[in-house]
Design a protein around this ligand. Structure first.
Ligand SMILES: [Zn+2]
Length: 207
């Protein structure tokens, strides 16, 4: 049913496609087989699927969507792998309040995890050692997964993963957590305002 709306894509047949038809050598059968490959607009990962049905955008779209991808055959920016596709994808593309041209794809970044290096993991652990009370299951010193993520420039969901695995869940009242996060956000806003004030002062003095 839903697929009907996506057929509009075929009206733009001339546009650049978001997928590529190519071939791949398969050792088991000792020959090249046709594949269709596409690239996640978020993480840049390229994935290939066996595809012997030719360049048929509608069928190809259906297949990628069946595999859990966000897929538009004519807009590579709308191709997102299952790992990175927004869970709350809304059908309306225009959000009246968003006047900037910032792509919404960058928005869910901090909610996502990525593989961490062992150095990053150990940095997270040392901050957790300092700021997480695993007996109480609570952060101290106004720390949070988000704050550690910000300080180390690591997606905070990755911090959550490590904390959950090594130090356990947060057991304190969620309201504390929420307020701490709000506080961290407010601190970031203040720091940004201060930086802008400093910049302005410098530029006025320098003029
Ligand atoms: Zn991705």
């Amino acid at each position: 049913m839903q697929n009907i709306t996506h057929n509009r894509g075929t009206q733009r047949r001339g546009a650049n496609k978001s997928y590529r038809m190519t071939t791949e050598f398969v050792r088991e059968v000792n020959k090249y087989v046709p594949v269709c490959e596409t690239t996640c607009a978020y993480c840049g990962d390229t994935k290939r699927i066996n595809w012997s049905q030719g360049d048929q955008p509608t069928l190809i779209t259906r297949r990628w969507r069946d595999l859990g991808w966000d897929f538009d055959p004519y807009n590579s920016k709308c191709v997102v792998c299952p790992k990175h596709k927004k869970k709350t994808a809304s059908p309306s593309k225009e959000e009246p309040r968003m006047q900037t041209t910032v792509t919404p794809i960058t928005k869910p970044v901090e909610k996502l995890t990525r593989p961490l290096t062992s150095v990053e993991k150990s940095k997270i652990r040392s901050l957790l050692d300092l700021h997480f009370d695993d007996e109480k299951g609570a952060y101290i010193d106004n720390y949070s997964d988000q704050r550690i993520g910000k300080e180390l420039d690591i997606p905070w969901a990755s911090v959550t993963q490590i904390r959950e695995a090594a130090y356990g869940p947060i057991r304190e009242d969620e309201r504390f957590m929420k307020l701490r996060n709000d506080l961290t956000n407010a601190e970031n806003v203040l720091a940004e305002l201060k930086r802008r004030l400093d910049d302005l002062e410098k530029s006025v003095k320098g003029a």
